[in-house]
Design a protein around this ligand. Sequence first.
Ligand SMILES: N[C@@H](CCC(=O)N[C@@H](CS)C(=O)NCC(=O)O)C(=O)O
Length: 265
Amino acid sequence: MINSASRAIVRPVVGPTKAQIKNVPSLVKSSPTTRRGALRLCVAMATSPIIEAYVKGNPEAHERGDCPFSHRALLTLAEKHVPYKEEYIDFSNKPKWLFDINPKGSVPIIHDLEEDSWIPDSAAIVDYLEERFPEPPLGKHDAPPHVGETLFPSFVAALKAKKGTDEESKKIGTLVQSLEEINNYLKDNKKEYLGGARPNQADLGLAPKLYHVEHAMREYKGWEIPDELTALKEYNQRIRSRESWKQTYYPPEKVVQGWKAHLEA
Ligand SMILES: N[C@@H](CCC(=O)N[C@@H](CS)C(=O)NCC(=O)O)C(=O)O
């Protein structure tokens, strides 16, 4: 009898060749607008991937990990309907080439297979994708409105504060203020998304972070996003019902598991 483990296909994380790594700086700088017309046609017709997206995950199980920055890059690819392939980086055994491309050793990184460009960092990635695949326009990484920008640091501070202390209550108070800012913007402007009737980069950057806030704070602090923040809660539901979210989804357990390592460190 063949057991499921022996049937599993282990997909190697390929990474760049030595020659490609040598060329990374020039490749990254290469203009994404070259051959744009032809490439647009390619996007429409292509069935094979144009972009490889290297994100946190389990390469053997071919499972996505819990990174909000990777999530933003994947959401951008999905919203733009770019044919892409995901590759997973095992954080307990990062490949050497990752540091050659990005000395910080962080993900996401994308590889444009047609331009042979390697781009690390979610902000640089979404800016690149915006130029390379202009439709639908999502704006650059710093697209307005600039709300919710304090969310992630205030979330991390609240999560890491010692349980039951005044410091914890203070940090949770600051987190609530960040959430209120987003809620009030959505309510006052009667917008479906921060970007208006459709999401833009402000949404694609924020939504993965809100997902972490919800699930990590529930698990580690027994804390829920206040019910009175109705516009924010509806926003979470709205963005999570999009095809792009479903296509790039990872379960709450991954968020919980990912933060465990940080909290124990
Ligand atoms: N500024 C980077 C930050 C990315 C980042 O911090 N990614 C985390 C995973 S969510 C990472 O790779 N950290 C390196 C590590 O934990 O070893 C970006 O926006 O891409």
